[in-house]
Design a protein around this ligand. Structure first.
Ligand code: UFG
Length: 344
């Protein structure tokens, strides 16, 4: 039987590389397009070592329609697309909105145009819990209101969902699922792939591991006056491998025509919230390293707390998280140590 071919945009990135591993393990053929703007090609060596398979890699900037079209022409067997390729730094999107709207929207519009033209069957889209803004009730469900986005990054996720919804309504050969991620952290248990933040990390987990390895000396907890048990903000951290597996489950749902409409949305979190302090404590426990950190003022734009209901994904995708917070922090630490050894 020939393997089903999946186009993974942004497949060299953090979530994309972990998903590529799971796709290969599940028997798919993977074609990656990536412009390497926020990733390093060395990540594919890690994918290859884990899976014994080197996915096809095409250096493509999706904002150039003809370059992306060349991939559809070259690989006419592509049946499904998992679309990760996007800029994702929330702060930077506020400073440079045009960069974000241009890249994230034009890439998506080009992709949609080609999926229509080449009659591609399935799309799994990388959305975010940021679409819920500051939620009124917790946990957030897929029925929770979409709040006006406070950042261009968040706006691109909302707009993208709308673009997909309208496109598949008019082109019913495409079936799509948007996965709304909560906070992915951690790395593959092999320590061969993981997150590679450019410059000073904006996110908590890489800041913690870089502090522990000695690259940073100013770990800050942004606020301890939130209405939470320890005062620090709460997020729904999910192991990146659990998140990657949700994409395989979403593709399966589409391939087996189990979807109830051609645009569906699922939360992908754990259903549990953890505070910043709890993440730090878990890291300290798993690494045996005591972290120096200071409590500072709240970071602008942060919400106090969010976690998601995963009931819909548990049932509809037949998918459940397997990994604990300790496994997340432990694997992130293993990856950071391997990076220091020049592993990537
Ligand atoms: N935090 C710190 N110190 C740091 C970094 C972060 O205390 O050095 C805190 C933040 O204030 C926040 C929590 O750790 O309370 C998590 O922050 P992250 O930056 O790791 O993640 P965010 O929840 O801010 O953002 C993530 C993704 C976004 C996505 C958003 C959706 O990075 O892409 O979740 O809510 F849009």
């Amino acid at each position: 039987m020939t393997k089903s071919k999946v186009l993974v945009t942004g497949g060299v990135g953090y979530i994309g590389s972990h998903t590529t591993v799971e796709l290969i393990k599940a028997g798919y053929d993977v074609v990656i397009v990536d412009n390497l703007s926020n990733s390093e090609i060395s990540m594919l060596a890690g994918v290859e070592r884990i899976t014994d398979t080197r996915p096809i890699f095409e250096l493509v900037d999706m904002t150039t329609l003809s370059d992306l079209e060349a991939i559809f022409k070259k690989h006419p067997e592509i049946e499904s697309v998992i679309h990760f390729a996007a800029f994702k730094a929330v702060d930077e999107s506020v400073e440079n909105p045009v960069k974000y709207y241009r890249n994230n929207m034009i890439s998506l519009l080009n992709l949609m145009r080609l999926m229509v033209k080449y009659k591609t069957k399935n799309l799994v889209f990388s959305s975010s819990c940021t679409v819920y803004g500051t939620p009124d009730e917790l946990p957030v469900t897929e029925k929770s209101p979409i709040k006006k986005s406070v950042t261009p990054y968040g706006e691109t996720k909302q707009m993208a969902e709308r673009v997909i919804q309208d496109t598949v309504a008019a082109n019913t050969h495409i079936n799509s699922i948007a996965l709304r991620y909560f906070n992915p952290i951690g790395a593959h248990s092999s320590g061969l792939i993981g997150e590679l933040p450019l410059g000073i990390p904006g996110n908590l987990m890489p800041y913690i591991t870089q502090t522990a390895i000695g690259k940073r000396s100013d770990l800050k907890v942004f606020g301890n006056d939130y209405d939470t048990p320890d005062g620090s903000a709460i997020r729904d951290y999910i192991h990146v491998v659990d998140l990657a597996k949700a994409h395989i489950a979403a593709l399966k749902r589409l391939n087996e025509s189990q979807n109830q409409s051609n645009f569906e949305v699922f939360n992908v979190g754990t259903g549990n919230g953890h505070s910043v302090i709890e993440v730090i404590q878990s890291f300290e426990k798993m690494s045996g390293i005591k972290l120096d950190y200071t409590i500072t003022e709240r970071r602008a734009g942060d919400i106090p707390k969010i976690w998601g209901s995963t009931k819909l994904a548990n049932k509809g995708l037949n998918w459940h998280v397997e990994k604990t917070l300790d496994e997340m922090t432990e694997s992130a630490w293993k990856w950071e140590q391997n990076l220091k050894k020049g592993f990537k």
